[in-house]
Design a protein around this ligand. Structure first.
Ligand code: ZN
Length: 129
């Protein structure tokens, strides 16, 4: 997918983004999929304010990116925890200090995370398998 650059007024830097393709002629025209901006620079600087690219809360962009096949500019921080949805001990992409996305079922979980000095995260609590 073609990558584009734009200036993000919240992060105050140039960011990379892609635009998901519009639904093909087989898709229902009234589905909201397609033509969505997916920012590849979503990160810890996107701290809950509206994302200037999407006009939506920053976490929505994080979820959008985490569920997409697109590669984030910085690799995702990953923690191991038990998913509330699929009940598997699995890997979560860390969206922020309290939210992770299950890499198995794609659901969003509230997680208690501790940020380590090196910038990585560990799950501070969670259900035991
Ligand atoms: Zn899951």
């Amino acid at each position: 997918m073609n990558k584009h650059m734009t200036y993000c007024s919240h992060c105050q830097k140039d960011v990379q983004f892609v635009v998901t393709p519009s639904p093909g002629h087989h898709a229902h025209a009234n589905l909201p999929d397609g033509s969505q901006v997916v920012c590849l620079d979503f990160g810890t600087a996107c701290d809950g304010n509206l994302c200037p690219l999407s006009g939506l809360p920053a976490i929505v962009m994080g979820i959008r990116l985490a569920r997409s096949e697109e590669e984030r500019v910085e690799p995702w921080s990953v923690v191991h925890a038990v998913c509330e949805e699929c009940s598997f001990p699995t890997e979560f992409k860390v969206l922020n200090a309290e939210t992770g996305l299950c890499t198995v079922c794609g659901s969003v979980n509230r997680l208690a995370l501790l940020k380590l000095d090196d910038g990585s995260y560990i799950a501070a609590s969670g259900k035991t398998p």
